[in-house]
Design a protein around this ligand. Structure first.
Ligand code: SF4
Length: 920
């Protein structure tokens, strides 16, 4: 067997080919590696990064072998994670891990050999052979295990072997039978099983949730239930019970929406209780994401073709693994589905990005893989599923567009993580006139202009629908001509050129109006920066739009005219395409009809909606200015995104002052019933009624005709017994003091610590200072923005490695579920106040009812409650919560659950008590 290598920070364990185990400092390990054959490792990028080998080195990565042998199987990317996935005894130390890696390799190869006759492995040898020629070091061992050398390219042509989906007629509308509370309880009891722990709160919660499924009594007036379920209530099964019953009884679909893809995965995992049989589950439950998340077989064919024709076979190794995965995947989801999160870390984001339909270039019925397309299949399955698990961004876009890939608009929703509705609506209903968006639209319309990209433009995509139809050709040509007003290739490099395109050139018709506008907007941002200091190399620079600089005001009308020259032919094209559907109804085959439908949807949403919003924003510049203090419907501002000291993009942004109004009107009012739920819907202030009203305002319930039904179920946990909470009062807010504080607390807990930060720079600085000491104490430290792993992978690793610690930002604070000892300490660097930007300033003025400081407090308290909620996930968990911000106002401490006594103590005392409490 080859040598094996496992790295900590600044040290490594190597098992040589002769079986000698070496524990070496990083420098000596680097020198030893030069003498050794390529070693077996787990997660090569993070292994070599820890060793200080930034450029990497040749290696046999066990994750690649795992992905080849057991495609689409989940595994945490550590020696322990792989050992657990293979039912092997996990290693306890770095040395044990190095010794175990050859055994893991052998186990995987044995499994492959045992399964060589399975259909999954019919073409495996051929795929491995090609990967071997492209430099895959596992190829000889894999071929030996398969007992054949293998040749031919058939293995890569997975698009020929996938099953075809069947078209079904659109389902009739759902009926409206109610779900009685007793029925919801009975379904819940069935889901939990006879021996489940009794949680009376969970049954009460299921009762309340059932109310959202009552028949609607008046148009525009849905049943809205706001249900707060304290951590540990078991709210997911609590709402799945009435939702699944309603779907079955009424032959309808309930859309369950949550905030992130990671949380979609968690909900999907819970649905195993409802449908333990995977075949039935696949039929009745569908996880739905945006198209850009799925494998596009046409892109795969293009990429495989390029890789096979290239001399070096670049990318053949990841493509070979993708082909293996495509045979085994449940739904072709590249992002957070059953393709492991670490895949992109191993091979780079660009590999998976090139395989997805990220730019809306799908050619639908004209695609040779249409009948096998993962996306099309998922869309169809979702139409007839009982439950669709989606995310807030997707369902809001779906409602705003009156359907995504078809005309489906749900009538019943569950919004889990309901405390994020405000942010999700803010993002979904805002508009941005930016260089990036403009350039993306140009590319969508005109395709790649020079360069190496093969992006197809609109003409190539809809050619067959248009050619020979003069009525369609003319507006298409006019649109493509007008699209040249969008930022041209190289716009970003020209953006920071102070002598860039000016108004004179614009009036002479010699400048791109979009670029002139961006240039003037950037000048306004720089002119209005506060102070004389240069902004940091990485910054988001903002200024208000009003009053606009004269150059911005002068550039706006020309850009507005350019957009109007685009809008007109789009409308004509849309109208004539729809006419064709009507006039040629007798002769059009269904594939062509669906292509025309898809082309109209894309033109409307990708192009017309965007151009219309941009025109409205530019028109606002010429409208009467808002008076100081006046409550605006929208907030307008300019933003520049600065990276490495250069402004890469400039955006003119429009946000709703209260985005929940758009949410309520677009999504909630047309629905029949909604359950909005979370562990932290309400603030824990002194006035319960005010807390409910604030919760209603944050989800838009206040904009509906009937009041929302309120329900609250307390947490079953005994927080006073299970937790301790401290505010440390002798640590200053600088990294020099924060780093030792984190180190002392993580050591006191013996690992299992989650460190939360409000700034990435401080997270990185603290990580650099404490990682070696923790490592020396046997506590691996992982970190978002430091380790070459995405958030999902980091959480999987943190959950698997019980003694490890993890540093992260917002995404780690909300909704992450790590039960048991793996998470026993949460340390917050400072109070999570809202970011003091223009949007927040306006909202705290106009949405706070005059209590601006109370508005800020409420947001900070809800964030603290979310963070505290990570700590205790089961009745047997114990945990410590620490705030390192000595300026923490006492009024925020009501965020902690009832019974938790927050002590203000010095760091040494906090560490002592943490150690003692967790050792009890
Ligand atoms: S139908 Fe569209 S998304 Fe599907 S494989 Fe073809 S081009 Fe890709």
């Amino acid at each position: 067997m080859p040598p094996s290598l496992v790295c900590g920070y600044n040290r490594a364990a190597i098992l040589t080919e002769d079986g000698e185990l070496l524990a070496l400092p990083a420098e000596e390990a680097r020198a030893a590696l030069r003498r050794l054959k390529p070693p077996i490792v787990v997660h090569a990028p993070s292994t070599f990064r820890r060793l200080g080998l930034r450029g990497g080195a040749p290696a046999l990565d066990l994750l690649e072998l795992f992905a080849f042998v057991l495609p689409a199987r989940p595994v945490a990317p550590t020696p322990r994670g792989i050992a657990l996935a293979l039912d092997m005894t996990p290693p306890a130390t770095l040395d044990d891990a190095a010794a175990l890696l050859p055994d893991i390799a052998e186990t995987l190869l044995n499994r492959l050999a045992a399964g060589r006759t399975l259909p999954l492995n019919a073409h495996a040898a051929g795929v491995a052979a090609r990967m071997g020629r492209a430099g895959w070091l596992w190829a000889p061992a894999v071929q030996e295990a398969l007992g054949t050398i293998g040749e031919g390219l058939d293995g890569f042509r997975i698009w020929r072997r996938l099953p075809e989906w069947e078209e079904h007629p659109p389902p009739p509308p759902a009926s409206s039978h109610a779900i009685a509370p007793s029925e919801a309880r009975a379904r819940l009891a069935g889901l939990l099983g006879a021996f489940a722990e009794q949680r009376p709160g969970q049954a009460d919660y299921a009762d309340a949730a059932a109310t959202a499924f009552a028949p609607r009594e008046a148009r525009g007036d849905p049943h809205v239930v706001l249900a707060e379920a304290g951590t540990g209530t078991g709210k997911t099964l609590g709402y799945i019970a009435p939702a699944s019953l309603w779907a079955e009884r009424n032959h309808g679909t309930v859309w369950i929406s949550t905030y992130t893809k990671l949380l979609q995965r968690q909900i999907d995992a819970e649905l195993v209780r409802l449908h333990p049989n995977p075949v039935e589950r696949r039929q009745r439950v569908v996880v739905r994401k945006g198209r850009e998340n799925y494998l596009c077989l046409l892109n795969l064919e293009d990429n495989v073709g390029m890789a096979l024709s290239g001399a070096t076979g670049a990318n053949l190794v990841p493509l070979g693994l993708i082909v293996r995965w495509a045979q085994a995947t449940n739904d072709g989801d590249l992002q957070g589905g059953d393709l492991p999160g670490w895949f992109a870390e191993l091979f780079g984001q660009s590999v998976t990005a090139a395989l997805a339909d990220r730019r809306g270039e799908c050619i639908h019925g004209a695609c040779t893989h249409y009948k096998r397309c993962f996306i099309e299949h998922t869309v169809r399955r979702a139409r007839t599923a009982d439950l669709v698990v989606a995310n807030h961004a997707l369902v809001m876009t779906q409602a705003a567009w009156q359907g995504l890939d078809d005309d489906t608009v749900p009538t019943r929703y569950v919004f889990d993580e309901g405390h994020h509705v405000f942010e999700a609506a803010d993002s979904a209903f805002s508009a941005e006139l930016s260089g990036v968006e403009g350039a993306e639209l140009r590319r969508w319309l005109l395709g790649a202009e020079g360069g190496r990209s093969r992006a197809r433009g609109l003409k190539r995509r809809i050619d067959e629908l248009v050619v020979g139809h003069a009525k369609l050709e003319a507006p298409l040509e006019a649109l493509l001509h007008a699209a040249r007003a969008l930022p041209a290739p190289g716009w970003s490099a020209r953006l920071s050129d102070d002598a860039g395109p000016g108004l004179e050139a614009l009036s002479a018709g010699q400048a791109n109006p979009f670029e002139v506008f961006l240039h003037a907007a950037r000048a306004q941002i720089l002119a209005r920066l506060p102070g004389d200091d240069q902004p940091g190399a990485y910054a988001s620079l903002e200024c208000e739009m009003f009053p606009p600089n004269p150059d911005v005001e002068a550039a706006a009308p020309a850009l507005e005219r350019a957009f109007s020259r685009m809008a007109e032919p789009i409308r004509t094209l849309l109208a004539r395409l729809e006419e064709r559907l009507d006039e040629d109804a007798d002769t059009l085959d269904s594939a062509t009809r669906s292509r025309i439908d898809a082309a109209c949807r894309a033109l409307r949403h990708r192009c017309l909606d965007r151009v219309t919003a941009w025109r409205a924003m530019l028109s606002a510049l010429c409208s009467p200015r808002p008076e100081p203090g006046e409550r605006p419907a929208h907030i307008y501002f300019l933003r520049a995104d600065r990276r490495e000291g250069i402004d890469r993009d400039v955006a003119f942004c429009r946000h709703h002052l209260d985005p929940t109004q758009a949410f309520a009107m677009t999504l909630v009012a047309p629905a029949h019933g909604l359950l909005i739920t979370s562990a932290t819907l309400r603030d824990a202030g002194e006035d319960a009624e005010a807390d409910w009203e604030a919760a209603e305002a944050r989800v838009g319930a206040a904009h509906l005709p009937s009041p929302a039904i309120r329900a609250a179920v307390g947490s079953p946990f005994d927080y006073a017994r299970q937790t301790r909470a401290f505010v440390v009062n002798d640590v200053a807010a600088d990294v020099a003091q924060l780093a030792p504080a984190y180190r002392a607390l993580f050591l006191a807990a013996g690992g299992g610590g989650l460190g939360l930060f409000t700034a990435i720079s401080r997270l990185r600085a603290v990580h650099a200072r404490i990682a070696p000491d923790l490592e020396a104490a046997g506590i691996p430290l992982f970190a978002q923005h430091v380790d070459a792993m995405d958030n999902t992978t980091l959480i999987d690793v943190f959950r698997t490695e019980e003694e490890s610690c993890l540093l992260g930002t917002d995404a780690m604070r909300d909704g992450v579920d790590v039960p048991g000892r793996a998470l026993r300490l949460v340390v917050f660097e400072r109070v999570p106040w809202p970011r003091p930007d223009i949007l927040h300033r306006e909202r705290r003025i106009h949405l706070s009812g005059g209590d601006v400081s109370g508005y800020d407090d409420r947001i900070a308290r809800l964030r603290l409650r979310q963070a505290f909620g990570r700590l205790i996930r089961t009745a047997t968990d114990r945990g410590v919560f620490v705030l390192l911000d000595r300026r923490t106002p006492t009024r925020l401490l009501s965020a902690m659950p009832a019974g938790v006594d927050v002590q203000r103590v010095g760091l040494a005392e906090a560490a002592r008590q943490t150690r003692a409490f967790l050792a009890e």
